[in-house]
Design a protein around this ligand. Structure first.
Ligand code: MRU
Length: 357
């Protein structure tokens, strides 16, 4: 089961807003609908929104009535602008759109551009699954048998095309026969941990305990966590990591207590064009994500309160033990080792010249 896929000329994706109570799919046939699904987080997670945007570009190519190469390119540029703007922090989105644009630009006719867009989107989705499986194997070697793993947000099959990144590492360790137990941060305010990670772990039969975000420090200080595994939305060239809000606190408290902290990312999440975490745009989301929550049937805040709702934070690289990729684990100095991981993947930075594919 893929979280997002091409299906008879349309894009089919799991509507993650309905989980854990309902497993249902959206079928979309316009790039604007894909951008909306990304903004509203029907599809979410850095690699999944990259794949969704890539398929959105394939829809744009399919839907365009342009007969000339130049007109089709203009239609694709317009779709690319809409898709890129849907969410700013996860670099996978811009990376996937750029990859399609570079690929179609190399084609001599509009017909060839159309088939190249779909072929490239499909390749991005297929590669994501293969990459996550490799990443899982690399990361599982770091997980001791019997480990309790602290995990934040959702980094599983739902957040990717399939299998997952940090959750993929946990799956790989479990599949290898290691006894693991996961402490699942609920991940306020959108509760990706409670709604999505808990649901995925249940499906996989991996033992876990759901905890309030605020409880993580307690478990770290009392020696009840062996390793912290998270995903990332963008890794800067110096190793600073942007991930779901709350990750920074985990990393600091993990280091304070001598617990290793590993972000697990496909190399498409490494953005060598962004030099440090200070340069990563942090998405600010609607106040209603907090004020719309209820407790015992009551709103959790009085009406009209001022709200700040940054969706991500940046963990400075000094708190990062290592960064797990499909090509191996990058350790400090990240400026050198991350560039090496990207080189091994055979790709340029998002703003770079050309992919090798
Ligand atoms: O706002 P979300 O739910 O899209 O945020 C997702 C995360 O922060 C994940 O940790 C990240 O995208 C990595 S997913 C493999």
């Amino acid at each position: 089961m893929r979280s997002v896929e091409w299906h008879h000329g349309r894009v089919r994706m799991i509507d993650q807003r309905l989980l854990p109570t309902q497993l249902d799919w959206l079928e979309l046939d316009e790039p604007g609908e894909i951008a909306q699904a990304i903004r509203e987080m029907a599809v979410r997670g850095a690699p999944a929104i990259g794949a969704a945007a890539a398929f959105g570009m394939a829809l744009a190519a399919q839907d365009s009535t342009a007969s000339s190469r130049a007109d089709l390119l203009a239609d694709l540029e317009a779709a690319a602008t809409t898709l890129r703007a849907a969410r700013p922090t996860a670099v996978n989105l811009a990376w996937a759109v750029e990859r399609i644009m570079r690929r179609v630009a190399a084609e001599p006719t509009a017909a060839q551009m159309r088939s190249a867009a779909l072929e490239q989107a499909q390749a991005i989705a297929d590669e994501d699954v293969a990459i996550n499986r490799r990443l899982g194997q690399v990361g599982a070697a770091l997980v001791p048998d019997g480990a309790t793993i602290l995990h934040h947000c959702n980094t599983g099959a739902l957040a990717t095309v399939d299998y997952g990144t940090a959750l993929g590492v946990i799956r790989a360790a479990h599949e290898a026969g290691k006894q693991v137990h996961v402490l699942v941060d609920e991940t306020r305010p959108r509760l990706q941990g409670a709604r999505l990670t808990a649901w995925e772990l249940q499906q996989e039969g991996i033992p876990f305990t759901l905890i309030a975000d605020n409880a993580a420090g307690h478990f770290l200080r009392t020696g009840q966590v062996d390793i912290v595994l998270v995903g990332a939305d963008r890794v800067a060239a110096n190793g600073d990591v942007a991930n779901k809000i709350g990750t920074y606190k985990l990393a600091v408290v993990a280091q304070e207590n001598g617990v290793p902290f590993y972000p697990c990312v496909p190399t498409s999440t490494i953005d060598l064009a962004t030099l440090s975490g200070d340069d990563i745009p942090i998405e600010e989301r609607a106040a209603e994500e907090l004020t719309g929550l209820t407790f015992l049937g009551q709103p959790i805040a009085p009406p009209g309160v001022q709200v700040a709702n940054p969706a991500f934070d940046v963990t400075p690289h000094r708190y990062v033990t290592g960064i797990v990729t499909e090509n191996g684990v990058a350790y400090p100095p990240y400026a050198t080792t991350l560039a090496g991981m990207v080189r091994l993947a055979g790709r340029a930075a998002v703003t770079g010249e050309k992919d090798d594919d």
